[in-house]
Design a protein around this ligand. Structure first.
Ligand code: GLA
Length: 466
C-alpha cells in the first residue's frame, strides 16, 4: 500500500526530467518595468501580450513577476502578503488568469530578511511560503540573495537547500531558480535534485556585465545539461522600451550568445511595445531552436583572443556585482557625503576644533577614495574576438563569431578551430542563420571560415554541419 502511494505520488509530481530539462523561456518584469510596473493590470496585459505577439507559441511560456509584488512586512502568521494596492484581489486570481492563457506563472522571493528592493524576505519562513506558493499554484520561483546574514558559500547553500526542501515537500513541481550572483553555485548544485538553474554572475544591466557573464560561463559548461540544470548568466536586455537597454548589435549578440550557451531566455522588454529589431532578435525560431536543442549542451569558445579571465564572484557590495543603477545612487551618495564632510572640516577648523576637522577631512578623503575604488573595479569589456561553438543534436554545431572590441574585425575559424567545435569531417555546409543564407561549403582540411564582424559588440551566427 505504502509503495503504491509513493508510486502514485511520484507519477503526480513532475520530476527533474520534466521540469527544467531545457533552459526556461519566458518574460521577467525586472529589466522592463523594475518595481513600478509590478501590478495586476500590467501583469495581465503582459500575459496577453506574450500570447498576441506569438512569443508564447514560440516557447516563451513563463511570465515571471520579479521583486516588488510583496508588502514590506510579513503578516502575523509569517506569510508573504501581496501588495494590496498593486494586487487588490490578491495573487491567485492573477495566476489563474495567466494560466488560463496557457502560460506559466513565476514569482520572486529572497533567502534573506528582505528582498533587494526591501520587500519581505523568506528567511526562517520557508515552509510557510512554500505552502503559499502551492496555494497560488506558481510554476517557477526565482530565489534571490539580498539581506541574508549568510554571505559565504556554506551558509548560502544551506539557505537555498531549506527552500528547496520546503518546495519539495509543500510545492512540488516548481522550477527552482537560484539567484546568488556567483560562479561557484554551478559545481555546488548542478545535478542535485530540485535545482533547475542558478545565476553565475552580476545583473546584466550594461554590456560590460554581459561580457563578464559570458567569460564566466566559459568555465562552467560541464555543469549544464538536461539532467544537471542550467547556468544562468541573467535576463535579456532589449533595445526598445525598458528600464535598461543596449544597442541593437549588443542586444542581438547577447541573445544569440545566450542561445549558444543554453541559457534561460527571459525577455526584459514588453512584447507589445517591442520595436522591429527586438521582435526579430527574440522571435527567430532558428535561433531559439539552438537554445532549446535537446542535447542541452552549453557552448564553449573554440577560438579566442581575449585575455585570461577569473570569475568575479559576489562579495558584499562588490563593485563588479553591483547593478549599474545601485552603483550610480551609491557613488552619488558618497560624493554628497564627501562634500558635507569637507564643509564640516572647514567649519570645525574655523571654530578652533582641529581634531574634529582632521577626522572629518580623513572621512571625506575615505569617501572619495571609495568612489574611486568603485569606478576602478567596474566591469570592462576587453578589445578581443571569440568564436563560440555549441554541439547540436544530429551532429551540426552552432558557431557564433563575436567581436567585443569597438572596431570592426575579421574573425577566422580555421581547421583547428573547427576541430574543437567537433566539426572534423568534410564537406561542411555553412548557413548564416540570421541572414537565412547558405555560404560556400568548406571542402577540405585547409578551409577556413572567415567573417567580418562589426565592432561595439557585433556578432554573426552560423549553423555548420554535414
Ligand atoms: C537582484 C537580482 C535581480 C533582480 C533584483 C530585484 O539584483 O539579481 O535580477 O531580481 O534583485 O530587486
Amino acid at each position: 500500500m505504502h509503495r503504491f502511494l509513493l508510486a502514485a505520488l511520484a507519477a503526480a509530481t513532475p520530476q527533474r526530467h520534466e521540469i527544467g530539462k531545457l533552459p526556461a523561456l519566458g518574460y521577467n518584469t525586472w529589466n522592463d518595468v523594475r518595481c513600478d510596473g509590478v501590478e495586476a493590470t500590467t501583469i495581465l496585459s503582459l500575459a496577453q501580450g506574450l500570447v498576441q505577439s506569438n512569443f508564447s507559441q514560440k516557447g516563451y511560456t513563463f511570465l515571471n513577476v520579479d521583486d516588488c509584488w510583496q508588502a514590506p512586512l510579513l503578516n502575523e502568521k509569517g506569510e508573504l502578503v501581496p501588495d494590496s494596492l498593486k494586487f487588490p484581489d490578491g495573487l491567485k486570481v492573477v495566476v489563474d488568469k495567466v494560466h488560463a492563457l496557457g502560460l506559466k506563472f513565476g514569482l520572486y522571493a529572497d533567502r534573506g530578511f528582505y528582498t533587494c528592493a526591501f520587500r519581505a524576505g523568506s528567511r526562517h519562513h520557508e515552509r510557510t511560503h512554500a505552502k503559499q506558493f502551492h496555494a497560488w499554484q506558481i510554476d517557477y520561483l526565482k530565489y534571490d540573495s539580498c539581506w541574508s546574514p549568510n554571505l559565504r558559500r556554506k551558509g548560502a547553500l544551506e539557505d537555498y537547500a531549506r527552500m528547496r526542501d520546503a518546495l519539495a515537500q509543500h510545492a512540488p513541481g516548481v522550477h527552482y531558480s537560484l539567484c546568488g550572483w556567483s560562479s561557484w553555485y554551478a559545481p555546488a548544485v548542478s545535478g542535485e535534485e530540485g535545482y533547475h538553474s542558478w545565476r553565475i554572475s552580476a545583473d546584466c544591466d550594461e554590456f560590460a556585465n554581459i561580457y563578464e557573464a559570458a567569460r564566466t560561463m566559459e568555465q562552467l559548461s560541464d555543469y549544464a545539461g538536461p539532467t544537471r540544470g542550467y547556468n544562468d548568466p541573467d535576463m535579456l536586455v532589449g533595445t526598445s522600451t525598458g528600464a535598461v537597454t543596449l544597442t541593437p548589435a549588443q542586444s542581438r549578440t547577447q541573445f544569440d550568445l545566450w542561445c549558444v550557451l543554453a541559457a534561460p531566455l527571459l525577455l526584459g522588454t514588453n512584447p507589445m511595445n517591442m520595436n522591429a529589431w527586438d521582435l526579430e532578435t527574440y522571435g527567430d525560431t532558428e535561433v531559439i531552436e539552438i537554445d532549446q536543442d535537446p542535447l542541452g549542451k552549453q557552448g564553449t569558445p573554440v577560438y579566442s583572443t581575449c585575455p585570461p579571465h577569473a570569475p568575479k564572484d559576489n562579495w558584499w557590495c562588490s563593485p563588479w556585482s553591483m547593478p549599474r543603477d545601485v552603483f550610480e545612487v551609491w557613488t552619488g551618495l558618497l560624493r554628497a557625503l564627501a562634500a558635507v564632510l569637507l564643509t564640516s572640516a572647514l567649519l570645525l577648523r574655523g571654530a578652533g576644533r582641529p581634531r574634529g576637522a582632521a577626522t572629518a577631512f580623513i572621512l571625506a578623503v575615505g569617501s572619495v577614495g571609495y568612489v574611486q575604488v568603485l569606478h576602478t573595479y567596474r566591469p570592462r569589456v576587453a578589445a578581443c574576438q571569440q568564436v563560440w561553438a555549441k554541439p547540436l543534436a544530429g551532429g551540426d554545431a552552432a558557431l557564433l563569431f563575436v567581436n567585443w572590441a569597438s572596431d570592426d574585425a575579421a574573425v577566422a575559424c580555421d581547421a583547428a578551430c573547427l576541430d574543437r567545435a567537433g566539426l572534423t569531417r568534410r564537406p561542411l555546409y555553412v548557413r548564416e542563420v540570421r541572414a537565412r543564407a547558405n555560404r560556400a561549403p568548406l571542402v577540405d582540411g585547409a578551409s577556413v571560415l572567415v567573417q567580418r564582424v562589426a565592432g561595439g559588440g557585433g556578432s554573426v551566427l552560423f549553423r555548420v554541419g554535414l
